[in-house]
Design a protein around this ligand. Structure first.
Ligand code: PMV
Length: 331
C-alpha cells in the first residue's frame, strides 16, 4: 500500500475518534455487474474509466469479524491462513492503511464466504466491503455509505458497490484525488428479478482483473469504444429498471458483458476468459430465447455464466439448467 492510499484514508478519517469495541462484525453481499467496470484511470486509488451498475446477490456474500490479537491472524472459512499466503497478505496490507487508528496490537480477521467458489463470483467485492464495514463497527467511526464505499474501493474496485444492496451504481467520477468515485444504491427494487448462478466444471484460473484490465487498456484497439458503450448501456439499464422493462434490461446487460469480452479478446496477448462450456451455455441461452423464453446472460472475467430472468420463468430455468442456483435479490 502506498503513500497516496494512506493519504486518501487519512482524509476520509479526518476528525474521527476511534473507540475500539470488543469486536466488529459485518456482512456484505456479493454483487454481479450488469454494466461492467473494466479499465482503471488510476491504479493506486482504483479509479475506473467508466461508471458501472450492479445487483447484489441477497444472502450470498462475506461475513467478517475483527478483534484484537497478539499478532495479525487471518482465518478464512474456519481455516487459519499462512501469513505468507496471498489472501492473508492482501488483507494485512489493507489493514496497514488503518493501523494509525487501530493502535499497536495485531488484528484477528475471521471471514466466512458462502459464495460458491466454482461459480466465479468475485469474493473480493463482498470481502473488502465486509472488512470495511467491520472496521467501521469495531472502531466506532460511524462513517457514511459514501465514505465506506470509497474505502472498500481501495481494496477492490467492485467492492465499492458491495457496501450496498439492491441495484447499485458506482460513479466513475473525474477528480484526480478519487473523492467523487463512490457507489450509491438506486432507490428501485424489482421483486420478480432472478439471477441464476451456474457452476461450470473445468474452469481454469483466468488472468486476474487487475492485470487483465491493464493489458486491455494498453493493447486493445477496441477499448477506445468501451467507455462510451458502458455509458450508453448504463443509461438503458437505469431506464429499464425504472420501467421494469425486462427485455431492454436483459439486452443491455448481455450486450455490455459481451462488449467487455470483445475488448479482452482484442488485447495482446489475447484474454480469452470463455471456455468451451461457457460458449455451449451461451448458445443454450440463445436457443431458449429463440423459443420465446425471456432469459439473458452476463459474464465476468472468467468462464462462468450468470442468467437473468423473471420469477415466472424460474421453474422452467431450473428444469433446463438443473445445477442453477436461483437468487432473488429483493426477496
Ligand atoms: O473489482 P475487481 O478488480 O475484481 O474487478 C471486477 C471486474 C469485473 O468483475 C469483470 C466487472 C465488475 O464490474 O465487477
Amino acid at each position: 500500500m502506498n503513500h497516496i492510499q494512506h493519504l486518501f484514508v487519512k482524509n476520509i478519517l479526518a476528525g474521527r475518534e476511534t473507540s475500539l469495541h470488543a469486536q466488529g462484525n459485518a456482512f456484505a453481499a456479493a454483487n454481479i455487474a450488469l454494466c461492467k467496470y473494466w479499465g482503471k484511470r488510476d491504479v493506486a486509488l482504483n479509479l475506473p474509466l467508466n461508471s458501472s451498475l450492479s445487483i447484489s446477490l441477497g444472502a450470498l456474500g462475506t461475513k467478517t469479524t475483527l478483534q484484537c490479537a497478539a499478532g495479525d491472524r487471518v482465518v478464512l472459512n474456519g481455516e487459519e491462513q499462512a501469513p505468507s499466503s496471498s489472501f492473508a497478505r492482501r488483507i494485512c496490507a489493507f489493514l496497514d492503511l488503518f493501523r494509525p487508528w487501530l493502535g499497536e496490537g495485531g488484528v484477528e480477521v475471521r471471514t466466512e464466504n458462502n459464495i460458491p467458489t466454482a461459480a466465479g463470483l468475485a469474493s473480493s467485492a463482498s470481502g473488502f466491503a465486509a472488512l470495511v464495514r467491520a472496521l467501521d463497527a469495531w472502531a466506532g467511526w460511524e462513517l457514511d455509505g459514501r465514505s465506506l464505499s470509497m474505502l472498500a474501493r481501495l481494496g477492490s474496485g467492485s467492492a465499492a458497490r458491495s457496501v450496498f444492496t439492491g441495484f447499485v451504481e458506482w460513479h466513475a467520477g473525474s477528480a484526480v484525488d478519487g473523492s467523487d468515485s463512490y457507489a450509491e444504491p438506486l432507490p428501485l427494487s424489482w421483486p420478480a428479478l432472478r439471477v441464476g448462478v451456474l457452476e461450470l466444471s473445468g474452469a481454469r484460473k483466468p488472468v486476474g482483473s487487475r492485470d487483465g484490465m491493464k493489458r486491455t487498456v494498453e493493447t486493445s484497439a477496441l477499448y477506445a469504444a468501451w467507455p462510451q458503450q458502458a455509458m450508453d448501456d448504463l443509461a438503458v439499464l437505469r431506464r429499464a429498471i425504472t420501467e421494469q422493462d425486462f427485455a431492454a434490461f436483459g439486452q443491455a446487460a448481455e450486450r455490455n458483458a459481451l462488449s467487455m469480452h470483445a475488448t479482452m479478446l482484442s488485447a495482446w496477448p489475447p484474454l480469452i476468459y470463455l471456455q468451451p462450456e461457457s460458449l455451449a451455455m451461451i448458445h443454450a441461452v440463445h436457443r431458449l430465447r429463440s423459443e420465446g423464453m425471456e432469459v439473458y446472460l452476463t459474464i465476468d472475467a472468467g468462464p462462468n455464466i450468470k442468467l437473468l430472468y423473471l420469477a415466472e420463468n424460474e421453474a422452467e430455468i431450473a428444469s433446463t439448467f438443473p445445477s442453477v442456483q436461483s437468487i432473488a435479490p429483493f426477496a
